[in-house]
Design a protein around this ligand. Structure first.
Ligand code: A2P
Length: 347
């Protein structure tokens, strides 16, 4: 009989948590036990899984007893509070927050890109930032054939990146505006309906926001290359779900669009969407709910002989968060990597 595993979702009631639940069911993850954890606000609620109502428990020390895997998606401070406890009790934590991503002892894994990084985990594996995952899935296969020197990214990020409440706020704002009323912004800093604004994460002294720096630093860590020059401009747009990115790549040598297309057509996690005749390329509404990163509009950068332009859309709740985490869990199970190489010691 094949083995099955005891798994908990920390943050089970959230946008990513509910997607995790759906994916575990859809992908038939081998479960011996499933525990749903959230804040005390959610204690007593139930969530449906494989036709059963599973109670949500308030997170506590005891909740991490007898677990193999914890999928954490309850924010950085909750992960910082509980990850070490879960690891000390024998579980591997796959953490969706930014708490441990840049920690030198914590692998940052996109299974299509650097699955081997998971081998050396010490109890925690970090799931990268959503925008970064989508870009990494599309750029890595090209980088394998001809090294990329520089990446210039512009992102068009949906409301869902800021949570379910932000999505609801955009709808309320849109309906207010259509009725001639002023839009009210409470979750996001400014009205997003019929508007857009630079990403609202904190700015550093160079004028870059945190989201942009995540794309820079996390991509380098995932690709295992500190040499790649990366710059990004992240923008929040009034799309409900799925992020879009315009990516300019500069290679060492020329990379023909046809060659790139051929490579991406056979790359894991990528779906080419290009109908030049009808001007049909990836769109967030077509990427929503899908596993693959949709890539298209691959063209020569007319300003640089070694430059390539591409456009992508991906569901950031799915591949950008929940799916990537479940794929890491599947990787650990398939390759028998649940046992850490050494205990994690938070510094
Ligand atoms: P709860 O629903 O009980 O607040 P989202 O990213 O969609 O806002 O979801 C965040 C998830 O993290 C929710 O499941 C939320 O639970 C959970 N969460 C937030 N704060 C805590 C906390 N301090 N302890 C445990 N879970 C938390």
């Amino acid at each position: 009989m094949s083995k099955s595993y005891r798994l908990a979702i920390l943050g089970a009631t959230g946008a990513v948590g509910t997607e995790l639940l759906e994916l575990l069911e859809q992908r038939n993850f081998p479960l011996a036990d499933l525990k749903l954890l959230a804040s005390e606000r959610s204690a007593g609620k139930t969530l449906k899984f494989r036709g059963e109502n599973i109670p949500v428990e308030s997170v506590s020390d005891r909740a991490f007893d007898h677990l193999d895997i914890v999928l954490a998606s309850a924010g950085g401070s909750t992960s910082k509070t509980w990850a070490a406890t879960a690891v000390a009790k024998g579980a591997v934590v796959i953490d969706n927050s930014s708490a441990f991503r840049m920690h030198p002892e914590v692998p940052l894994v996109v299974p299509e890109v650097n699955p081997l990084a998971a081998v050396s985990h010490k109890g925690i594996i970090a799931n990268p930032n959503c925008t970064t995952i989508l870009m990494a899935v599309a750029v890595w296969p090209l980088h394998q054939v001809k090294p990329v020197k520089r990446i210039v990214a512009a992102t068009y990020q949906s409301a869902s990146g800021a949570g379910a409440k932000a999505m609801a706020e955009v709808k309320t704002q849109a309906s207010a505006i259509l009725q001639g009323q002023p839009p009210v912004a409470e979750v996001l800093p400014y009205p997003l309906a019929f508007n857009l604004f630079p990403h609202n994460s904190p700015l550093n002294d160079s004028g870059y926001c945190e989201e942009e720096m995540k794309m820079v630093n996390e991509t380098r860590k995932i690709f295992g290359s500190q040499e790649i020059r990366i710059t990004a401009t992240c923008v929040r747009v009034p799309v409900l779900r799925a992020h879009s990115e315009a990516i300019n790549l500069e290679f060492e040598t020329p990379f023909s669009p046809d060659e790139a297309r051929e490579i991406l057509n056979h790359s894991p996690g990528v779906k080419l969407v290009e109908d030049w005749g009808s001007n049909h390329f990836p769109m967030p509404i077509e990427a929503s709910g899908r596993d693959e990163v949709l890539v298209g509009r691959i063209r020569q950068d007319i300003s640089h002989p070694c430059g390539l332009e591409l456009w992508l859309c991906g569901d950031q709740i799915r591949k950008g968060a929940a799916l990537n985490a479940v794929q890491i869990a599947e990787l650990l199970v398939e390759k028998n990597l649940l046992k850490p190489t050494a205990a994690y010691a938070p510094s």
